[in-house]
Design a protein around this ligand. Structure first.
Ligand code: ADP
Ligand code: ADP
Length: 226
């Protein structure tokens, strides 16, 4: 588990665009924080900086008690799930889920154990030999989540993970996410457009606009003081 400290974080893209401005957020160990705000306000950029996929232009990010600059992306204990799933189309569910473990040279016996654990957790048993094209949207989304969870991340970054699903499945996956968070107790930052999702899932909600943090608080604090 890990806490995150974003201290005066700024992002300027190479074209000069100032996408994130003086962002200060403290995320405590095991907290579920939702990041909301209009399209283009800097949510994905923020997640990508935390994951180490994008440089921080100014400011400091602490992961646990270490400055992020000192930790390569692969050693951050952070896993990210993208809106678009980004599954490998030619690989089976099993190969997709265990890919990251193979990269880390985790022995086969442990890979199998972890695979079975997430198949069980995410209700994917029996689908291990299918390819992504042979799955429903919800199943694909769960595979993408499984691929992140097998890595035992301290921090899980979810970028609109339910946005490609139909309404019914979204509600079902919302419940599953809540259950998974309870069980794993990892720190989660969850980017969503969906107010109801942010309300039901989060310990706190951070509202961004034009690259700035406008508000941060519990769901009732945010929606009683709009
Ligand atoms: P989405 O969040 O809809 O999946 P992206 O994350 O790919 O889309 O992009 C988010 C926004 O950033 C879009 O408005 C896109 O036009 C813009 N964007 C992405 N990459 C670049 C880039 N290299 N240069 C300028 N704008 C970009
Ligand atoms: P959100 O996730 O809130 O939709 P993003 O973080 O994707 O927003 O983008 C924030 C802003 O930064 C947008 O205006 C977007 O167009 C811009 N942007 C994103 N990626 C790039 C890039 N590579 N170069 C320049 N601008 C970018």
């Amino acid at each position: 588990m890990a806490e995150l400290k974003l201290m005066n974080i700024n992002k300027r893209y190479p074209n000069g665009f100032h996408a994130v401005k003086d962002l200060n957020i403290y995320v405590s160990d095991g907290e579920f924080l939702s990041l909301v705000g209009p399209s283009g306000c800097g949510k994905s950029t923020t997640l990508r900086m935390i994951a180490g996929l994008e440089d921080i232009s100014e400011g400091e990010l602490y992961i646990g008690n270490r400055l992020s600059n000192d930790i390569p992306a692969k050693d951050r204990g952070i896993a990210m799930v993208f809106q678009s799933y980004a599954l490998f189309p030619h690989m089976t569910v099993e190969a997709n889920i265990t890919f990251g473990l193979k990269i880390k040279k985790v022995p086969e016996k442990i890979r199998k154990e972890k695979l079975n654990w997430v198949l069980e957790l995410l209700d994917l048993k029996g689908l291990e030999n299918r390819k992504p094209a042979e799955l429903s949207g919800g199943q694909r989304q769960r595979v993408a989540l499984g691929r992140a969870l097998v890595l035992d991340p301290d921090v899980l970054l979810l970028d609109e993970p339910l946005s490609n699903l139909d309404a019914k499945l979204r509600v079902k996956m919302r419940t599953e996410l809540k259950r998974i968070h309870k069980k794993l107790k990892s720190t989660i930052i969850y980017v969503t457009h969906d107010q109801a999702e942010a309300m039901t899932l989060s310990d706190r909600i951070a509202v961004m606009k034009d690259g700035k943090l406008m508000q941060i608080g519990t769901p009732s604090e945010i929606y009683n003081n709009p």
